[in-house]
Design a protein around this ligand. Sequence first.
Ligand SMILES: [Zn+2]
Ligand SMILES: [Zn+2]
Length: 125
Amino acid sequence: MSGLRISAAHSVEGAAKEDVEKLSKYIFQRNDCSEKKCTSENQGTFAGFMTLCGGDAPTDEHRVSVDDSECSICLSTYDDGDELRELPCGHLFHCPCIDKWLYMSATCPLCKRNIFGASSCCGGV
Ligand SMILES: [Zn+2]
Ligand SMILES: [Zn+2]
């Protein structure tokens, strides 16, 4: 009756909560060199650390470079204690930001890679 037709062209499926929660989660900590202590020589290379969250893995720290220290969804920089999510493609976002995104579309907002890997078109099984 109505002329409105929902196009199936963009039917990218969102991820389920349990799928999102399988992705690695980290806690971000700022590089605690204060402005006074460290010269830009020491400090310039990375913005902080992120520590793998949950599980019984030993503390696993990764440096976060200045370039990667901003969430591309809300465009703010990570702060002490922020929860970050790493996608299989290696991109980082705030947990709450990317979770919301993934429920709508299970792809990385930056590189458009599907979080389930290559085979996603036919779903199945
Ligand atoms: Zn964010
Ligand atoms: Zn990506």
